[in-house]
Unconditional design. Sequence first.
Length: 391
Amino acid sequence: MKIVDVCAFYSPFGGGVKTYADRKLALASQLGHDIALIVPSDRNAVEKVGDNARIIHLASPQLLVDRRYRYFEAASPVHAILDREQPDFVEASSPWRTASIVADWKGPAGRSLIMHADPLSTYAYRWFGPLASRETIDRQFDFFWRHLRRVSAGFDLTVSANRGLTNRLAKGGIARVATIPMGIERGLFSPARRDLDLRRALLARCGLPETATLMLGVGRHSAEKRWPLVLDACVAASRETPLGLVIIGDGRQRSQLIRNVGANPHVHLLAPLEDRVMLARVLASGDALIHGCETETFGMVAAEAAASGIPLIVPDEGGSSCFVSDGAGTSYKSGDPVAAADAIRALIIGGIGTALERAKVGAKTVPTIEAHFRQLFARYEAASHRSYRAA
């Protein structure tokens, strides 16, 4: 099968979509598919990344709100590439303009909308949730639901990575939604990578001895990640027990995060780890992952931490909450720093060693990205034999 992914959120600077797309390129090729990504870029070029796998760069403007990303300015250049490629199946990886571009393409291929983003949770629910119910917010943002219903009519399949999002999409009138959980790289993230010397070194960067608790946070520095909440929760919990926090990432709000950290010697900021093996070692060497973002559709960081055998402290909404099971960590009320601090305290009181043992057992159950893509491509092959798309 020939698959083309129109991938607006792909950025050379990293991120969850890039990680996902890079694994898709590699695994699709291994499974015998021909695959291409069309990405907004700083140039026009075709980059071969493996047998039957390539990235088609389309020169595009930068997003004003985040210059690490670009956007497709017009539909016609994308349609011209699709006309040339003649795929069997086309993916749209954004529910906004990209979805419209793919839905409006006149080619005969099947197509899917991948919900890599949850705009209402990322913005509307986060901004207005303290003031109004979700039903009220949904009514005020009905333009989004109308848009999504319109464009989804042009797709054979809308793919969600967690059941909570699937249920909201179905309730909003989106047809043919399938929950296909994503996964982690097989063999990369593992409790076997735990390194006590590395743990000791990370705690030392936080000015603490190895007897302290090492909390990890991973993600870009942006508002939806709720780093102030994470900081407040860890600082509150640290008043009762020695606790260090290492945050791995970067982003447009880094300077604000640095100001929030202030002179606190027990918080250390690390640059993004491009070396995936090193990231796996760091994750396995922590005592827990604390996460503030409730808007992620899958929660790749939480999945990788769970596969690394450390307990999770995550919001009770969004993709990350799916990985809290069998006592290997806990969830807290989304957006509530007091609840997050209480969750940290409960984990420590219950015994980090006990939680780590439970998490080590649970690590074996985290789904793999290979299983995700096998299931996804099987759905594409089935859908290619029929069409639900609007005329």
